[in-house]
Design a binder for this molecule. Structure first.
Ligand code: FNR
Length: 385
């Protein structure tokens, strides 16, 4: 069965699970600590409901929208996800191609396996670049300049990852970068030979062990391992001062990703930031963090007139997109959903998932009496509490 035969994101997920080594699938799928956040993400989005308008001519529905003044056919962005290049060979390029075909931006992660330059060369996607600030700020700025030269339109500063998250399953699975030889990892690969041959072995044939493409060369050993060096570890003192610095260093759109509080959103607006992503990092960082679906309405109320407000987390259906849009988000980022598609069919699989979102969103808009994206606002009843 080809990737095009999937009916929904849940089916893509099931196929991704059988295709990928368990350690890799769990890295994508799971949360952190007791995974309360994963349950909450679903519960809070499910508790948002619709209040549809009837007797509206919806025969010409159109999901086109403007994000930062650029028209795009869908209110979606492919979220930055670390190591997508392990899910499929050159996975970041494949995701970018799928995004380009759907006419939406692709956000490159700092922890990408493929460099922003190559992604730009090999896809015609509109690129955003996600930044994790390294301790050595000069190096971080050099990376930002690379992204600028490669043509990235927006810089997405992730602000919700002050410390390394406690993901114990990764430790038990022996899952780190680069993948270390271990009996468990070996058995995992034997159990998933197709992944091993089409992804991992292909990297070995074409130059070596896959590693983080944006980390400076001098920190990479012959095996592709990224040396643990203080200066390129994630800074724990990232502050509003860094936002000021980045605002003057970056001409394009500047976005803070991982804002959950209205007062932080106001402060971002005051510093000249262009947009925020209301996000709890897909419940992967702080277990028990408030969910985007509960925080979004207040944030939109406070800064919606000054900032582009985007949201992400738990989006597996077109109706979930409509819920965030209905609560005032101008666009929605997709993390795991597109990775499932990538895992089962590269750009084609990710594209099949984006197509599912397009169809489901248009169906939801039909039921809502909302022929266009702005019409969705007012048909959604936010969750209480
Ligand atoms: C992420 N996310 C993420 N965010 C970020 O700012 N930088 C990163 O490198 C990563 N890496 C990453 C890897 C994987 C495997 C996942 C699933 C997620 C978070 C991502 O951008 C987004 O906020 C969430 O994935 C949204 O939730 P859903 O759509 O996955 O439920």
């Amino acid at each position: 069965l080809g990737a095009h035969s999937i009916l929904n994101v849940a089916e893509a997920r099931d196929r991704a699970r059988s295709r990928l080594p368990r350690g890799l699938f769990e890295y994508i799928e799971r949360g952190t600590e007791d995974e309360v956040g994963l349950i909450e993400a679903k519960r809070s989005l499910d508790s948002v409901t619709f209040n549809p308008r009837v007797l509206v001519d919806i025969s010409n529905r159109d999901a086109t929208t403007s994000i930062f003044g650029t028209r795009q056919p869908l209110p979606l962005v492919v979220a930055p996800t670390a190591i997508a290049g392990l899910i499929w060979y050159d996975g970041e390029v494949e995701l970018a191609k799928a995004a380009a075909a759907a006419g939406i931006p692709f956000c490159v992660s700092t922890q990408s396996i493929t460099s922003v330059e190559r992604i730009a060369e090999e896809s015609r996607a509109r690129l955003w670049f996600q930044l994790y600030v390294w301790r050595n700020r000069d190096r971080a700025i050099q990376l930002v300049k690379r992204a600028e030269r490669a043509g990235a339109e927006a810089l997405v500063l992730t602000v919700d990852t002050a410390v390394a998250p406690n993901r114990e399953y990764n430790i038990r699975n022996g899952f780190g970068i680069p993948i270390k030889p271990s009996l468990r990892a070996g058995l995992d690969c034997v159990a998933h030979p197709r992944w091993f041959v089409t992804v991992f072995a292909k990297y070995l044939r074409n130059g070596g062990v896959p590693t983080y493409a944006h980390y400076p060369d001098e920190f990479r050993t012959a095996l592709g391992r990224v040396a643990v060096a203080d200066e390129i570890s994630l800074a724990q003192d990232v502050s509003w001062e860094d936002v000021r610095t980045l605002r003057s260093a970056w001409k394009g759109q500047l976005i803070l990703k991982g804002v959950l509080r209205a007062d932080d959103a106001v402060r971002a607006a005051e510093l000249g930031v262009d947009g925020i992503v209301v996000s709890n990092h897909g419940a992967r960082n702080l277990d028990g963090a408030a969910t985007p679906a509960t925080c979004l309405p207040e944030i939109v109320d406070r800064v919606g007139h000054r900032l582009t407000v985007l949201a992400d987390g738990g989006v597996r259906r077109g109706s979930h997109v409509a819920k965030y849009i209905g609560m005032g988000a101008q666009g929605v980022l997709l993390g795991r959903s597109v990775l499932y598609g990538l895992a089962i069919g590269g750009a084609e699989g990710a594209g099949a998932v984006l197509d599912i979102f397009r169809r489901e969103l248009l169906t939801t808009m039909g039921f809502l009496g909302a022929p266009s994206i702005p019409d969705i606002v007012g048909t959604v009843v936010p969750a209480r509490g």
